[in-house]
Design a protein around this ligand. Structure first.
Ligand SMILES: NC(=O)c1ccc[n+]([C@@H]2O[C@H](COP(=O)([O-])OP(=O)(O)OC[C@H]3O[C@@H](n4cnc5c(N)ncnc54)[C@H](O)[C@@H]3O)[C@@H](O)[C@H]2O)c1
Ligand SMILES: [Zn+2]
Length: 382
């Protein structure tokens, strides 16, 4: 089959790779109809993950049709149109039983690598190196979906492919961020990053009853899109003192919940690249900690940087902040989000600014990486 593979830093290519096969009785094979780029791919594209190998297939967010199901698959049949959650989770471990699929104990196929780095591995993920499961991603004609009853969800007929696609990752991640932030009616929420994840975090916060949601970025067209489609208030960080503006918009107290949905920027130097560190993200983290009200919550969504120096820990202690993080979405929210999509409460198709055949994958990634031509997400059709 044809698949979009990472080749080397800033180089992707569509190649012929072996077709995936059922390897476990709970697997399904899905023929892909749509797949999307994600901000989490950018550090991989830049070659910042030493475990990524030339030929690995990227793509965390995809939707397709079941073409084969293992004998233990109960909820799906051949022909079902399904969206596949980005997290690969077993459904039966301590965390999965409590709905925290992103923390699954049995998703990573290489905990030996993950454990020393993070303390303990989290769920697997499509289109990621072995520490995150080593599962081939969705930028391909077919994908093997492990634990298919847990991670694949039938798409209601009323929801089109371009909308349902984002129920795989961006929408459940945004929902999880609002939940981890414990967003309540009346809250003022600030979201750094107006990519797909930031925009859907803003939308989730408003759906949970937030009074005001401010989205911070520097890309005009993304800010305008967040305003138009999510009802968020845009702020350009190049022109505004964000913490002081947030105090003004929250009766002087600061944002109740601050969410970091910023992409990892390209490393500015070889030293940074070797250190696995970009430049902007720690700034945004400091800003969010400073802008958060006392007793508020700061939620950090993934990103590539494993270590951030000079973290303002004193502010967390003295101002009684809660710091929460998530590197993957949970799966339990996907049916609810599809339901909201079917009722038109959640619209996401505008995020797919660039629709391309899979063969144009390298071009799509270049547009997405450079945020060129107003690209928010490049979506591929095999
Ligand atoms: N936790 C999860 O479950 C999960 C899932 C998917 C993605 N993510 C993470 O969410 C982040 C966003 O994903 P995306 O697809 O929207 O990425 P994206 O790259 O499309 O968008 C990121 C946005 O952040 C902005 N940004 C960068 N630095 C900033 C700063 N200092 N202040 C304000 N804005 C800044 C960029 O201009 C860009 O518009 C990524 O870091 C990704 O790794 C997390
Ligand atoms: Zn599990």
């Amino acid at each position: 089959m044809r698949a979009l593979c990472w080749v080397a830093a800033d180089e992707m290519a569509v190649r012929e790779v072996p077709d995936p096969e059922l390897r476990n009785e709970r697997d399904a094979i899905v023929r892909v109809r749509r797949s999307s780029t994600s901000g989490a791919d950018l550090p991989l594209l830049a070659g910042r993950d030493p475990l990524l190998r030339a030929g690995d297939v990227l793509g965390t967010e995809f939707l397709g049709e079941v073409v084969e199901a293992g004998p233990a698959v109960r909820r799906h049949r051949v022909g079902d149109r399904v969206v596949v959650g980005a997290s690969v989770a077993c459904g039966g471990c301590w965390y999965c039983r409590r709905g925290r699929h992103s923390c699954c104990d049995n998703g990573s196929t290489d905990p030996v690598t993950a454990d020393p780095g993070w303390g303990r591995s989290d769920a697997g993920c499509f289109g990621r190196p072995p520490a995150a499961g080593g599962f081939a991603g969705g930028h391909a004609e077919y994908v093997r979906v492990p634990y298919a009853d847990v991670g694949a969800f039938r798409v209601p007929d009323a929801v089109g492919d371009d909308r349902a696609l984002f129920a795989a990752d961006a929408a459940p991640t945004g929902w999880l961020a609002a939940e981890l932030g414990d967003v309540r009616p009346g809250d003022v929420v600030a979201v750094w990053g107006a990519g797909a994840v930031g925009q859907l975090t803003a939308r989730a916060a408003l759906m949970r009853g937030a009074d005001r949601v401010v989205v911070v970025d520097r890309h005009e067209e993304r800010l305008r899109m967040a305003e138009r489609h999510s009802g968020a208030e845009p702020l350009d960080y190049r022109r505004t003192d964000i913490p002081s503006e947030l105090r003004d918009r929250s009766g002087g107290r600061g944002a109740d919940v601050c969410v970091l949905a910023v992409g990892a920027p390209p490393a500015r130097s070889v030293t940074e690249r070797l250190a696995g560190r970009g430049a902007d993200r720690p700034d945004a983290l400091h800003e969010a900690v400073h802008a958060c009200r006392k007793d508020g919550v700061v939620v950090v969504l993934g990103g590539a940087e494993a270590f951030v120096d000079a973290f303002p820990l004193g502010a967390v202690t003295d101002r009684r902040l809660t710091l929460r993080g998530a590197g993957r979405p949970d799966l339990r929210d996907v049916p609810m989000l599809l339901h909201r999509m079917a009722r038109d409460e959640l619209r996401t198709e505008h995020l797919a600014t660039h629709q391309l055949p899979l063969e144009d994958g390298p071009k799509g990634y270049a547009l997405f990486r450079d945020r060129a031509d107003g690209c928010v997400r490049a979506v591929f059709t095999p």
